[in-house]
Write a protein that binds this ligand. Structure first.
Ligand SMILES: Nc1ncnc2c1ncn2[C@@H]1O[C@H](COP(=O)(O)OP(=O)(O)O)[C@@H](O)[C@H]1O
Ligand SMILES: [Mg+2]
Length: 299
C-alpha cells in the first residue's frame, strides 16, 4: 500500500525468516523457544470469561472465553467485523475511551480483575501497550518519541541508556543511532512501525497488543516486524490481530479464530469459535467453521 524504501537490516530480517523450516501448507514456523514449557502451561496473563462488548447498546461481541499465556504470540484472526479489534481493546481498557462502548464479562490480568473500579486504567495501558495499524509516530525527533512515555511517567533516570536499549529491543538501533535528533516522520513506514513498537516498550510493559501492525507495510518491512514479534516473546506477551493468515501461521504460538453470528436483535455479533495451537488451527481445527475459513472457503 505504502511502498517504503528497504534497508540492509530489513533485508537481513527477510533472510532469517526465509530460513525457518516450514510446517504444514501455510508454512507454520518451527519455533525455537528459549522457554521449552508448552505454551498452554505457561502463566496465564489474561483469563477472559464471557467477555462481550456493546456499542451504544448494540452487541458487537459476546461470550468470549479465552486464556492468553505469557511469553508467546497469540494471533486473533477472522473475517472483517468479527470483533477482533474490539476484543483487543478490551485487554488494555482502550474501549473505555470509545464513547458508547460497554464491556461485560470478566478479564483477569495476572489474576486481578481488570475492570474493577479501583484499577487505574492509565497504569493498565502502561503495562499493556498498544501498536496500531498505521504507524503513528509523534511529529518529534526519534529520541523524543521514545523518551515521551518515560518522561510523562517520571522514568527519567538513565534516559539515554533506556532509549538505546529500547531501540535495540525493537531492532531499530543500528538504523537510527546516528540520527536520533532527526524527525521520526523521515523514517520509512517499516522503521516508523518499529519506532512505535519501541515507544510502547520504553515504559517497560508486560504485554504488547498489535492491531494489524503490518497491513500498511511492504513485505520486507512486514518480515522485519514479524521477526521482531518473535524476539519480543523472550520478554513480553504479544497479542496480534491480523487479517493475514500466513502471518498468523508464521508468528503465532496460539491462534484464536473469531467469526460473526446473528445477534439478539438480528444484528451481526462477533464470537470466538475456537482457540488452539496455531498448527492445529491451520491443519486440524476442531470446528468446521474454522476449517472453512483457513482453507479460504469462507471470507
Ligand atoms: N467505535 C465503534 N462504534 C460502533 N461500532 C463499532 C465501533 N468499533 C467497531 N464497531 C462495530 O463492532 C463490530 C466489530 O468491529 P471490529 O472490532 O472493528 O472488527 P474487526 O477488527 O474484526 O474487523 C463491527 O460491526 C463494527 O462496525
Ligand atoms: Mg480491526
Amino acid at each position: 500500500m505504502d511502498p517504503t524504501p528497504s534497508t540492509a537490516a530489513d533485508s537481513t530480517a527477510m533472510e532469517s525468516s526465509r530460513d525457518r523450516t516450514p510446517l504444514g501448507a501455510l508454512g507454520v514456523a518451527e519455533r525455537t523457544q528459549a522457554d521449552a514449557t508448552p505454551v498452554e502451561e505457561r502463566d496465564v496473563v489474561f483469563d477472559c470469561q464471557q467477555v462481550g462488548v456493546r456499542y451504544s447498546g448494540t452487541r458487537a461481541l459476546r461470550d468470549v472465553d479465552l486464556k492468553i499465556h505469557s511469553n508467546a504470540v497469540t494471533a486473533l484472526i477472522g473475517p472483517s467485523g468479527c470483533g477482533k479489534s474490539t476484543f483487543l481493546r478490551c485487554l488494555n481498557r482502550m474501549n473505555d475511551l470509545i464513547p458508547g462502548a460497554a464491556v461485560d464479562g470478566q478479564i483477569f490480568y495476572h489474576g486481578e480483575e481488570l475492570y474493577q473500579p479501583q484499577v487505574d486504567a492509565i497504569e493498565v495501558r502502561k503495562r499493556i501497550g498498544m501498536v496500531f495499524q498505521k504507524p503513528n509516530p509523534f511529529p518529534k525527533s526519534i529520541y523524543d518519541n521514545i523518551a515521551f512515555g518515560p518522561r510523562v511517567l517520571g522514568m527519567k533516570k538513565d534516559l539515554d541508556e533506556r532509549i538505546e536499549q529500547t531501540l535495540r529491543r525493537a531492532a531499530l538501533w543500528d538504523e537510527v543511532k546516528d540520527r536520533l535528533k532527526e524527525g521520526a516522520l523521515g523514517l520509512s513506514g517499516g522503521q516508523q512501525q518499529r519506532l512505535c513498537i519501541a515507544r510502547a516498550l520504553a515504559v517497560e510493559p508486560d504485554v504488547i497488543l498489535m492491531d494489524e501492525p503490518c497491513s500498511a507495510l511492504d513485505p520486507i518491512s512486514t518480515s522485519a516486524i514479524e521477526d521482531l514479534m518473535l524476539s519480543l516473546t523472550n520478554d513480553y506477551t504479544v497479542v496480534i490481530v491480523t487479517h493475514n493468515m500466513q502471518q498468523a501461521a508464521r508468528v503465532a504460538d496460539m491462534t484464536a479464530f473469531f467469526s460473526v453470528d446473528q445477534g439478539e436483535t438480528g444484528t451481526r455479533c462477533g464470537v470466538l469459535i475456537e482457540v488452539d495451537r496455531t498448527e492445529r488451527i491451520f491443519t486440524n481445527p476442531a470446528h468446521e467453521r474454522t476449517e472453512a475459513y483457513v482453507t479460504g472457503r469462507f471470507g
